[in-house]
Every structure is written in C-alpha cells, then in structure tokens.
Design a protein. Structure first.
Length: 267
C-alpha cells in the first residue's frame, strides 16, 4: 500500500496544455502573415520554427538556457523580466533580436525579404501566445480531488517571470500548491537531483512519501528515478517507455492519477 503524503507536479504539458497554446499562437500569427503576403501559413510556421531553433542553439547563453530548460519556443514570446541571475538580463537583451530574426528568416525561406514584416509578426506572436494559457479539461478536477488530502508542490523548469506568467494566466491555479519551485530561480533544473531534494525538503517528506507527476521522461521521470522518488509519466503520444528510464506508473491523461492514488490510505 502506498504511503504518499505529497505530490510534485510538473507544469507544462502536465497541468497546462503548452503545446496547444504554442500551436494556436503560431496558426493565428501565420494567418495574419498570409493576409499580408502570398504564402501558406503552415509552411511559414515550419520555416519559422526551424529558423528559431537554429538561432537559439547558436546563442551564447544557450547552454545555460538549456540547463534550466528555457525552450526556443518560450524565447519566441517571453520577456524575461527576472534579475535572479545575470544570464536573465542577457536573455532579455537578446530576445527581441532573436524573435524578429526568427520570423524574418522564416519569411526569407519563402522568398519574402521583409524585416519590417518580420518584426510585426514577432510582436503578433508574443500577443497571441501571451493570451493563450490553456489547461487540460481534467486539470482542476484532479487538483480539487487531491489538495485536501496531500501536500502539493509545483516543480517547473524555465525562467521565473515566464513560468509565473503561465501560472497567473490560469486564475486559481496557484492556490492549490503549498510551494512552487521554478528552476530559473533555484539555479538548477530537472533532472538535477538538487532541485528534487529541495522539493522534498520544502514538503518535509522522504522519497518514499512523495510522487512526481510529469510528461517529460528526460526531466521529470529521470530526475525522480535518480533519487528514488516514485513517478507517474503522462504519455500523451503513446511513446515507448525506454528500458533505462522507466516510470513507476504510466498514464495517458491526468485524471488516471486518481486511480493510482486510491491505493493510498488518505483517499
């Protein structure tokens, strides 16, 4: 029988539907582009994503950003107003150039050399993405079922200002959590064991008394496994579980977590 006292949740694509938010923002922005120039929106999106990833990897702060898991897509719309580390100030300085250049290069791949339009689309994408903080339909139902029985902690990788904006974009979401840890404020990201130990210290639990819930095998599950913490992998896409990084449990949607936790005496 499980003896779970606390649950640690990932944020992006676990509680928030981050992929859908990005996809919808791209679609809306590329439709605007198609009104300005003869192009296919889905082809422009493909080229912008490719250009953005290539540019992001070439940035001087890439290794640091990758360590705390600021993604190239987040850099396309984030403002990075945090002063936790000097690297955030550098990222804030570089982001507007990166955002404009990503859209400009995407247009150039379609034979459209128009930096002004690239700037307009970069600004439009920021607006579209900032207005789309989407959650899964069962997110609040699951949190409602759990928060009176367990201590809940939100453990997310990324820039503090950006991740906090995501949380604040869903009214009431933060109220369910006793603690929130953001890798950019902590100084290390999942899967580093130190951030998981910090979570357990704040919750006052041992590894046997907690469980990690997330969608990312390389951060959520790998990190939990490294310290002996039970894990629940949300496998949205029906991927194959690697033999060297198996979660304790595998589910396809968040609501299935409730069935797992019915084994615990608290429910």
């Amino acid at each position: 029988m499980l003896n779970i006292k606390a649950i640690i949740f990932d944020l992006d694509n676990t509680l928030l539907w981050d992929d859908r938010s990005n996809n919808e923002a791209f679609q809306a922005t590329c439709r605007v582009a198609a009104e300005k120039a003869p192009l296919q929106p889905n082809i422009l999106e493909k080229h912008v994503r490719k250009a953005a990833l290539k540019l992001f990897i070439s940035m001087e702060i890439y290794e640091w950003a990758n360590m705390i898991e600021v993604t190239y897509l987040e850099a396309l719309w984030g403002r990075f107003d945090s002063d936790h580390y000097p690297a955030f100030r550098k990222l804030k300085q570089l982001a507007p150039v990166y955002q404009k250049e990503s859209w400009t290069r995407g247009l150039q791949e379609l034979g459209i050399d128009d930096p002004e339009m690239g700037q307009q689309l970069a600004e439009r994408f920021i607006k579209e993405r900032s207005n789309r903080h989407l959650i899964y339909e069962d997110t609040f139902r699951v949190l409602d079922a759990l928060h009176n029985h367990y201590s809940l902690l939100l453990l997310t990788n990324g820039a503090p200002s950006l991740q906090q904006e995501k949380v604040d974009g869903i009214p009431g979401l933060a109220d369910y959590f006793d603690q929130i840890i953001i890798s950019g404020a902590f100084g290390a990201g999942k899967p580093h064991p130190s951030i998981f130990h910090q979570a357990m210290n704040l919750l006052g639990i041992s590894s046997e008394e907690g469980i990690m819930v997330g969608d990312n095998l390389n951060t959520d599950i790998k990190g939990a496994n490294s310290i002996g913490l039970r894990s629940v992998w949300i496998n949205h896409e029906g991927r194959t579980v690697p033999a060297d990084n198996r979660p304790t449990y595998e589910i396809q949607q968040l609501s299935e977590l409730l069935s797992i936790l019915q084994l615990a005496p608290q429910l």
